[in-house]
Design a protein around this ligand. Structure first.
Ligand code: DGL
Length: 274
């Protein structure tokens, strides 16, 4: 199996929506997109060979997002969803300069969290690249107000999730170390600013306990997608979800099965460059 244009042309795409992440994190977004827009077809692209993005050079992530856009254009998508905070903060502007298609990007939900917080302490979890980005700085300036917003990376967590370790002692310990200082400082809202993190939601909620609400953006992104879709006329009567990975398709298929997507074909994202 490969993701070359010749192979793709044989498959009926029906104006799909392209969804991109470094790996399986964007599946937390794809779920909400499929629920809100059940008639739409999707192409999910995971750059698994280069995950995680969080500690990588932003220029590298930007280039990977451009390669992803190239594949999406070959697949004739009608819209691109960057289901990855890291790729969004690094590459959304560049992608928008390269295509006239709508590009839906994600940023940590700092604005709603600040509005929700009674304790006036909010904890934001994300990758180092996201948390140190100009986009997050802008959000803090615009909406932070009098709220103490604590920014916390979770070293090693995305790697573990990519290995399918969505529970277990080591995952719990990483989360405990990331969450505890913020919770002890009084945070009553926890923002999941990385799309991988909703995949370990039960563990996060268990640690956060009843004192803190945990929020993630998938429903908001689905609403946003619905708003920007160019036309409702091109929806498919047989909506399809196709998966592509730059890593090992069988490995990705196993991860999908673990997350409840059984009997799904995964194509190899073959690239001649980049
Ligand atoms: N899921 C991604 C995000 O939302 C990328 C995480 C990573 O690859 O480090 O930031």
């Amino acid at each position: 199996m490969d993701g070359s244009p010749g192979m793709i042309a044989e498959i009926e795409t029906g104006d799909p929506i392209g969804v991109f992440d470094s790996g399986i994190g964007g599946l937390s977004i794809l779920r909400a997109l499929r629920t809100r827009l059940p008639q739409e077809s999707f192409c999910y692209l995971a750059d698994s060979a280069h995950a995680p993005y969080g500690e990588r050079d932003p220029g590298f992530v930007e280039e990977r997002a451009c390669r992803a856009l190239e594949l999406f254009l070959k697949l004739k998508v009608k819209c691109v969803v960057l289901a990855c905070n890291t790729a969004s903060v690094v590459a959304s502007q560049r992608l928008r300069s390269l295509t006239s298609l709508p590009v839906v990007a994600i940023e940590p939900a700092i604005k709603p969290a600040v509005q929700m917080s009674r304790s006036r302490v909010v904890l934001v979890l994300g990758t180092s690249t996201t948390l140190s980005s100009a986009s997050v700085e802008k959000l803090l300036q615009a909406y932070g107000g009098d709220v103490r917003v604590l920014l916390q990376a979770c070293p090693g967590l995305v790697e573990r999730i990519e290995q399918g370790q969505i529970s277990g002692r080591a995952t719990h310990d990483i989360l405990e170390a990331a969450l505890r200082p913020g919770l002890d400082a009084g945070a009553d809202v926890v923002v999941l600013g990385c799309t991988h993190f909703p995949l370990v939601m039960p563990e996060i909620v268990a640690i956060a306990g009843p004192q803190a609400r945990v929020i993630e953006p998938s429903d908001a992104i689905a609403l946003q997608l619905e708003r920007v879709l160019p036309s409702r006329s091109a929806v498919s009567h047989h909506p399809l979800v196709r998966y592509f990975t730059s890593g090992d398709p069988l490995r990705f298929q196993r991860l999908l099965a673990m997350l409840g997507e059984k009997e799904t074909e995964v194509l190899f994202w073959k690239q001649t460059e980049g």
